[in-house]
Design a protein around this ligand. Structure first.
Ligand code: KIV
Ligand code: ZN
Length: 507
């Protein structure tokens, strides 16, 4: 029997620390629901004291998401721990994750305290957390640059104080697999009461070794891996969840360990993270990259046709890359639509379902075949809709050789219909300039990404934009068979998110 390694997902906390990856409460909730379907053991839903949005996200996720343990981060400070407790207290399965730096570099230059003081603070705060919540995790920040004897002393003391999980972060992504494996073994050997706690690891990817380091830790006794979907996170990111999970599953023979992850949900989770954050996945990324299962070489294709195992170590279906099947056509009814969505794992309110069904009918009129991926695009669009200040009513764009690209855009702005004409460097530019004029926005377009969802020229085009205003970055998303319309929808979606953020800030 394989050991089961706990998957502690921190996409909503460390992942959100990726530049430009901030998510609003509704987006975090949608992602948390997907993480629950994916089967992660723990969701780090936020850092309660860091912002009202994080506080609210933890409470809402805890109230609406069943399955995983819901966790809040807190520095080893009384105010942090009390705030985390406030956010967590009504949640049935909860964890408080507190941390303090332990390395000489951090203690000397950042905290200006000595080792004894850091130890004292860590123990006191773990005791406080334990008096409030049974499940307490302690992280020794910058552990991999900490003297091993001191680290062992801290870990022993916090376990005595009630920590059930002790996390060993490679905060700056400095360690290497061999070294980290030995380090974990040393911790195991030196910390006398280590059998009373789960060893966790949390690796950053600055040298591109976060996954390898985490796996080396598993080989040496770690029972929990902290990671994020698509490996997003602070700087170069965190250990990629899909990579570590699939490495354990595919090489169970070597690691003797597995996870509780429903791997068929991996692709959908990855796409949702891209959609919400606007951070694309590189095509050659392991497991979830567009080319991860694409075989280009003739020799490989020949081998695959004869026997898949010649060049395929994992089946694409295992990570949810199902052969796209034709699901519905223009004559399909609401019942078939709802049933297919349910099979795909989507449960929607009646209202959202009706709106999605309308869009499906419209799409089925334009496109002969509607695939699962098309449905997912429509549905996740509907599920992510937020209160709309701006709505696109109609759009006409003209472009071509030798003419100035122009756009006529009609929008609903706070209940008032406004129509305007504009021009630009291309049709998308003309549309965006006109929308900016209509809405009076001061935002700046930072990124624009277009992707065909299924093959063929009648495919749904999916556009993701990143828009910035006053330092706040949001991702907007839109899908349509016409990419100019999809572009407009994505931009309007982003502007609505900015308005939503401004409203929250004004409260
Ligand atoms: O990288 C790190 O050390 C962290 C801790 C808060 C666990 O994110
Ligand atoms: Zn981190």
């Amino acid at each position: 029997m394989s050991r089961i390694i706990r998957i502690f997902d921190t996409t909503l906390r460390d992942g959100e620390q990726s530049p430009g990856a901030s998510m609003n409460v509704d987006e975090k909730l949608a992602l948390a629901k997907q993480l629950a379907r994916l089967g992660v053991d723990i969701i780090e839903a936020g850092f309660a004291i860091s912002s009202p949005g994080d506080f609210e996200s933890i409470r809402r996720i805890g109230g609406e998401v069943e399955g995983p343990v819901i966790c809040s981060l807190a520095r080893a400070k009384e105010a942090d721990i009390k705030r985390a407790w406030e956010a967590l207290k009504d949640i049935p399965r909860k964890r408080l994750h507190t941390f303090h730096s332990t390395s000489e570099i951090h203690l000397k230059h950042q905290f200006r305290i000595d080792q004894a003081e850091a130890l004292k603070r860590s123990v006191e705060m773990v005791k406080l957390a334990k008096s409030l919540i049974d499940d307490v995790e302690f992280s020794a920040m910058d552990a991999t640059r900490t003297d091993a004897a001191y680290l062992a002393e801290v870990l022993e003391a916090v376990i005595d104080a009630g920590a059930g999980t002790v996390n060993i972060p490679d905060t700056v992504g400095y360690t290497t697999p061999e070294e980290f494996g030995r380090f974990i073994k040393t911790v195991k050997d030196r910390v006398k009461n280590i059998d009373k706690a789960v060893i966790s690891v949390h690796c950053h990817n600055d040298l591109g070794m976060a996954v390898a380091n985490s796996l080396a830790a598993v080989l040496n006794g770690a029972g929990q891996v902290e990671c994020t979907i698509n490996g997003i996170g602070e700087r170069a990111g965190n250990c990629s969840m899909e990579e570590v999970v699939m490495a354990l599953k595919t090489r169970k023979d070597f690691y003797g360990a597995d996870t509780n992850i429903a791997t068929e949900e991996i692709m959908r989770s990855s796409r949702l993270v891209t959609k919400i954050t606007g951070i694309p996945v590189q095509p050659n990324k392991a497991i979830v990259g567009a080319n991860a299962f694409a075989h280009e070489s003739g020799i490989h294709q020949d081998g695959l046709l004869k026997e898949r195992s010649t060049y395929e170590i994992m089946r694409p279906e295992t990570v949810g890359l199902v052969k796209t099947h034709l699901v519905l056509g223009k004559h399909s009814g609401r019942h078939a639509f709802r049933t297919r969505l349910k099979d795909l794992g989507y449960e929607m309110s009646e209202d959202d379902l009706n709106k999605a069904f309308e869009r499906f009918k419209h799409l089925a009129d334009q496109k002969k075949e509607v695939f699962d991926e098309d449905l997912e695009a429509i549905v996740s669009d509907e599920m992510q809709q937020i209160a709309e200040i701006y709505a696109l009513r109609s759009l006409k764009a003209e472009s071509g050789t030798g003419i100035t690209p122009t756009a006529v855009v009609e929008m609903d702005v706070n209940g008032k219909i406004v129509k305007q004409t504009g021009s630009g460097d291309g049709p998308v530019d003309a549309v965006y300039r006109t929308i900016s004029e209509i809405t009076g926005t001061k935002s700046r377009l930072e990124a624009y990404l277009v992707k065909g969802i299924t093959g063929g020229t009648d495919a749904l085009g999916e556009v993701t934009v990143k828009v910035e205003e006053e330092g706040k970055k949001v991702a907007g998303h839109g899908a349509d068979t016409d990419i100019i319309v999809a572009s407009a929808k994505a931009y309007v979606n982003a502007l609505n998110k900015l308005e939503y953020w401004k409203k929250g800030r004004a409260k």
